[in-house]
Design a protein around this ligand. Structure first.
Ligand code: SF4
Length: 343
C-alpha cells in the first residue's frame, strides 16, 4: 500500500485546453452536421475518443474534407498555408489555437519579416512545431537538442531563438545557453516561449518530488507537456511513470512508497481521481504550488456565431434569459469538464 500520496496543484487542464474543448463542444451544439477537426483537438486519447463518439471527425489534411464542411482547427496552431486551404473548402472555419501558441507564430512572423534567421526548438512531427514552422519555413530551422544547436549552419549573425510552448524547462535551458554562447547578440522573446501552464506544472512537481519515491504523471503519450513532466523529473534523477489507466499501475511497485501524482495540461481530472481511488493510499496530502486564474475566451468567429444565435433565440422567445444563461457572457463560468459531461 502507498504511504503518502501527494496530489499536486496545478495539474491537468490549462486555459488553452479549456477553451479548445469548450469551442468544439459549442460547434457540436450549434450544428447537426459532423464537425471536422484538424489534428487532435488536444492531445488526450480519452477526449479525442469522446469527441469521435459525438460526431467529430479528426483529419490530418484539408484534402480529407467534404465541400462546405464545418471545421475546427486544433489548439496546437495551424500553418498559415494549411489554414488558408481549410478556409477555401469549408463553410465555417473556427481556429481554436491557444493564444500562447499564436504569440510564438507572431514572433516568427515578425523576425522573418525583418530578415532574422530563426532557430525553433521543438519536437519534429509534433502538431505545434509543424504549425509554427509553417509560419516562415524559409527562415526557420527546427532543432531538438544541444547537438543540433552545435551543428546548425547559420548564414548571418542576426538570429532569434523561439520554442515550442510545451518543452521541459530542462530541455529548453541547455539549448538556450549553448545558443547564447554561439551567438552573442541572439534575439530572444522578452519572456521565453514556454507557457505558464507548462512551467507551473513542472515547477510544482519538481518541488514536491523531494518528498517522494516516485511520481505518477497522468496523460497520453502524444501530449508533449505530459512527456515534458516525465523528462523534467528523470533529468533530476527521480523515478516518474506516465500513466493513463489503472491497469498501467500494475507493473509499478508502489508498496510502502511515498508517491506524488500530477497530470499534463490535456488530461481530464477524472483520470487522476480514478487513479487515486485505485491506489487507496494510507494518507492523502494536497500540495498546492500555485493557483491558476488564466482564462482564454472562445475564438472570435465562434463568439460571433454564438451571439447571433442567442440574439435570434432571445428575439423569438423574449421571456427566456438565453444570453445570460447560455451565451458567451457566461463562458467563464462554464468549464471544459461540464462541456464534456454535456455531450
Ligand atoms: S499547454 Fe500552454 S500553450 Fe498549450 S494549450 Fe495549454 S496554455 Fe496553451
Amino acid at each position: 500500500m502507498v504511504n503518502n500520496l501527494y496530489v499536486v496543484t496545478p495539474r491537468g487542464f490549462c486555459a488553452g485546453v479549456e477553451m479548445a474543448i469548450k469551442a468544439l463542444t459549442w460547434l457540436l451544439k450549434i450544428y447537426d452536421e459532423p464537425i471536422y477537426c484538424y489534428h487532435e483537438i488536444v492531445h488526450n486519447d480519452w477526449i479525442v475518443s469522446k469527441f469521435k463518439d459525438n460526431n467529430v471527425k479528426f483529419v490530418n489534411n484539408p484534402e480529407d474534407l467534404p465541400k462546405n464542411a464545418i471545421v475546427m482547427l486544433s489548439a496546437h496552431g495551424t500553418a498559415p498555408k494549411i489554414e488558408k486551404k481549410f478556409k477555401s473548402i469549408s463553410l465555417t472555419n473556427i481556429n481554436s489555437v491557444c493564444p500562447l501558441v499564436t504569440k510564438v507564430h507572431h514572433e516568427a512572423k515578425r523576425f522573418s519579416e525583418q530578415g532574422t534567421e530563426i532557430i525553433y526548438i521543438g519536437h519534429k512531427n509534433h502538431d505545434e512545431a509543424m504549425g509554427a514552422m509553417g509560419v516562415a519555413p524559409e527562415s526557420m530551422t527546427l532543432i531538438e537538442s544541444v547537438k543540433d544547436m552545435e551543428d546548425v549552419s547559420l548564414e548571418t549573425k542576426d538570429v532569434a531563438l523561439l520554442a515550442q510552448t510545451t518543452l521541459a524547462i530542462s530541455e529548453w535551458e541547455p539549448i538556450m545557453i549553448k545558443a547564447k554562447e554561439m551567438i552573442p547578440d541572439l534575439n530572444l522573446p522578452r519572456k521565453n516561449d514556454l507557457c505558464y501552464a507548462t512551467t507551473n506544472r513542472q515547477e510544482a512537481i519538481i518541488n514536491i518530488s523531494e518528498k517522494v519515491d516516485l511520481v505518477i504523471v497522468v496523460g497520453s503519450s502524444t501530449s508533449s507537456n505530459t512527456n515534458a513532466l516525465v523528462t523534467s523529473l528523470k533529468n533530476i534523477g527521480k523515478v516518474a511513470h506516465r500513466v493513463e489507466k489503472t491497469e498501467d499501475l500494475n507493473n509499478i511497485n508502489l508498496e510502502n512508497k511515498n508517491v506524488a501524482i500530477t497530470a499534463g495540461a490535456s488530461a481530464p481530472d477524472h483520470m487522476v481521481q480514478d487513479l487515486v481511488r485505485y491506489i487507496k493510499p494510507k494518507n492523502i496530502e494536497f500540495y498546492i504550488h500555485k493557483d491558476e486564474k488564466e482564462y482564454f475566451p472562445l475564438p472570435t468567429e465562434l463568439r460571433n456565431n454564438i451571439k447571433n444565435l442567442t440574439n435570434f433565440i432571445s428575439s423569438m422567445f423574449p421571456d427566456n434569459n438565453v444570453e445570460s444563461v447560455f451565451g458567451v457572457k457566461n463562458d467563464n463560468n462554464w468549464s471544459a469538464k461540464e462541456a464534456l459531461t454535456s455531450l
